[in-house]
Design a protein around this ligand. Sequence first.
Ligand code: B3K
Ligand code: ZN
Length: 845
Amino acid sequence: TVTQYLADWRPYPFEVTQTRLEFDLAPRTTRVRSQIGFRRKDTGDLVLDGAGLKTLSLAIDGRSLDLGLIRADQEKLVIPAADLPESFTFEAEVEIDPEANTALEGLYLSGGIFCTQCEAEGFRHITWYPDRPDVMAPFHVTIRSDKPVLLSNGNPMSNTTKEAVWHDPWPKPAYLFALVAGDLVAISDSFTTMSGRKVALNVWVRPGDQDRAGYAMESLIRSMKWDEEAYGREYDLDVFNIVAVDDFNMGAMENKGLNIFNSKLVLASAETATDGDYERIEGVIGHEYFHNWTGNRITCRDWFQLCLKEGLTVFRDQQFTSDMRSAAVKRIHDVQTLRARQFREDAGPLAHPPCPDHYQEINNFYTATVYEKGAEVIGMLKRLVGEAGYRKALDLYFDRHDGQACTIEDWITVFEDATGRDLTRFKRWYTDAGTPRLSLSEEWRDGTLTLNFRQETVPTPGQPDKPPRVIPIALGLIGPNGDEVLPTTMLEMTWAEQSFRFDGLGARPVVSLLRGFSAPVTVSREITADEQALLLAHDTDPYARWQAGHDLALDALIARATGVTDGAEFRHAIGGLLADAESDPAFAALCLWLPGEEEIATTIATRGLTPDPDAIHAAREALARDIASAHEQALARLYDAMDNPGPYRPDAEGGARRSLRLACLGLLSRIDAGKRAGTLFGAASNMTERQGALECLIATGKDGDALVAFAQEFGSNRLVMDKWFMVQPLRTAPGLAVARARELAAPPDFDWKNPNRFRALIGGLTGNHAAFHAADGSGYGFVVDWLMRLDPVNPQTTARMCSAFETWTRYDAGRQAHARAALSRLAAMPGLSRNTAEMVTRILA
Ligand code: B3K
Ligand code: ZN
C-alpha cells in the first residue's frame, strides 16, 4: 500500500481544455470513447489514471499509442513528455462492465438503472483521465442506450430516442461527473432565480414512487431560495436533476446539475417515513444543492482539503435546517451527533485532523471529523469574526475563488483579508487532531468571580504535542434566584491557562458555560447537582439549559453504573420539567431522552475508568424505570396530550409533539409491559409513531405480532423493511440481540449486497452497545464475519463499518482479547481491500 502525503502535492503540468465522452451503454460491455484536449502548462510527462479498464485503443492527435504505456499495477498511463506537442487531443476507447461493479464506484447498475459515483476517485474506473480535483474542464457527453431516460451534467443539447447529448459549460473536476440511464419518471417543477432565470427541476424515481418524491422537491425549492437569501448564491444551469437509486455507498452526491441520491434520502410519505427521515431529506437535499457553490464552483485543490467543501457545506446545511425548523433543537441535535461520532473518533485510534496530511485510501476520510468538526471550526470562525465579518469573508471567498480549486490556506486568508484578523493560531483547529479538554475552576470573593481556565489536548496518533488552541468561550451568569446577571459574553482563550474576572456581582452566580456549544471541547468543572438544576430551570441559552439537564442525567447514570449513589436530583428535576413540558415539547423531549449507553461509556472512559457495558445498560434501564414510576401520572397525561389529531405534517411543531409523546412512551413502556406501545402501534397512521411504538415493543420483548404485521404491510417496500431489519438488533435486549441478528441474516431476505440493508442489520447491532460489546465476544465475531463477507464485494462500505471497533481498547481485558482476535481475523483475510486494510491496521495500531 502506498501512503499519499500532502507534502508531495505538485500542480498538474497540463490544462484540460475540453472533455468529450461518448457512452454506448450495455450491462456487461459498455464502451467509453473519450477525446480530451490538453495544453501544456509546465514540464513533465502526461500521467493519467485508470483502474480496471479494458483498453481498446489510445491515440494522441489521431496517432495510435502503444498499449504498453499502461502501468496496470499502478493504475497509471504514462506518456513521455518527448512524445507530446504543446496542445493535443488524447483519445481512448475502453470497455467496462457495470454489472460486475458491486463496489458501486464508477459506472454501475442499481436495479437496472445505470448510474455513477465518481467522488473521490471513481472516474478512473470509467476511462483514462487526470482523476484529481484540481484538473477542471467543461464536459460534452453523448449517451447511447435503450433506456428511456438519459442524463448527464449541465444542460441538455439534444435528446432523440436512444441518444442524448449533454453539455456542461462550467469547468469541473472528474469527481463531479455523473451519468444516469434508466426507466425513470420525474416529478417536475421550476424555480425562478433572483436574477429571473427559470430553472427546470426534476426529481427522478422509479415508476410508482412519484407520490413519495414531493417532499424532496419542496426541499430543493426551499434550498435554492435560502442560498439566494442567506449567501446571495444563485443557480447557474437551465436544469437541476435529482435521481434516486437504491444501491448507494453513502447518502447522496453533488454531481454538477445531476445530484444522485440514496433513495432513502428522497422517498418519503407519512406512512413510510419518520420525522427524522423527513428532516434528513430536507437537510441532505440542501447539503447537495449548496455544494453547487461550495464544492463545485469552488472545489478542492487536492483531497487533503476535503473539509474545505465538506465542513463549509455541512455548516451551511445546519444553518438552513435551523432556519427551516427550530434553531435550538437543531443545535442540540448537532452537538449530540458531534459528541457521539466525532468526539469518539477523536479519542481513539482513528483520530485525525479535519485537514489530514496523509492517507492511504481517501474514501476512509469522509469522516465525522472532516464533516462535522469541519463545520464546528467554521462556526468558531464565525463567532470570532462576528456575523458581519463572516458575511464579508464569504462574499470575498466567492468573488476571489470562483472557478478555482482551493486550499484551507486560501479559506483562512480570505477571513484574514476581509476582517484584518491574524488567524495563524486558529489554523491549528485544521491541522491538529484531538478534542481539547477545557477545565474551569472558580474563585469567589467580595463580589468578584474569577474564572480560571485550562486547556489540554491529549496526544493522538502521530501527534504527540498539542499546543494550545484559540477557543471561543461563550458564557453567561445566572444569579441564585434564576435571573441572568450577565448576558452572553464571548471570551477568547488563546493560552494554555487563562483567567477572566467579573466584578461587582451581588451574590455568587452560576456560570452558564459554553453557550450554544461555542467550541468543540469537553468540559470539566466543579458544579453541584443543585447548580445544574438551577441552570436547567433558568438558563436563557437553550443549549446550555439542555446540557445542564443532560449532565445531571449522565452523572446519575454513571453513579449507578459504577455503583455509587442513585440520581435523585435528576429524578426531581424531571418533575419540574414535566410540569412545564407543554410550553416547549421539543425541549422537554430532548431532556427526557436519557443519554445513550455509548455516551455513558465514553464519559466513563474519559474519567479514566473502564466502562462495563452490562452495568451501563442495567443502570440506564433502572433509572428509566425509576423515572417512570416516580412520574407515571404526569408522563401518562403528557402522552395523551401529545396526541396529534388531523393529517400528518412533517414540520417542526408536529415533530416536537411526536418526539415528546414517544419520549413519554419509552419511559412508560418500562412499567406498563408495552401496553400503550401495543395500542399505538395498531392505531398510528404515521411511521414516526409506528416505528417508535415498535421499538418499545421490541425492547420489552412483546414484539411478535407487531413484527409480523409490519412485515406483512411493508414487505414490498425496501426502505421500510430496512427499518424492520434495523430496529430488531438495535432494540432487542442485549442478551438476545446477537442471536436475533443471526436469524435475520439468514437467507433469503437479507439482501446484504445492498448497502442500506447491510448497514441496517449490521449497523443496528453495532448500535446496541451492550450487545455489540457482549462479554463473550459474540457481537464482535458476528460483525467481523459479515465484514469479511462484504469486503470483496464492496470495500467502501466495509471499511466505513470498521469504525464500530474504534473504541475497543477502552473495555476490559476479556473484551479486548475478543475484539483483537476478531480484528486480527479480518486483517489476515487474503485479498483484503486497501480500504479495509487501512482501517483495521489503524484500529489495531
Ligand atoms: N461528497 C459526497 C461524498 C462522497 C463520498 C465518497 N466516498 C457527498 C457529500 O458530502 O455531499
Ligand atoms: Zn458534502
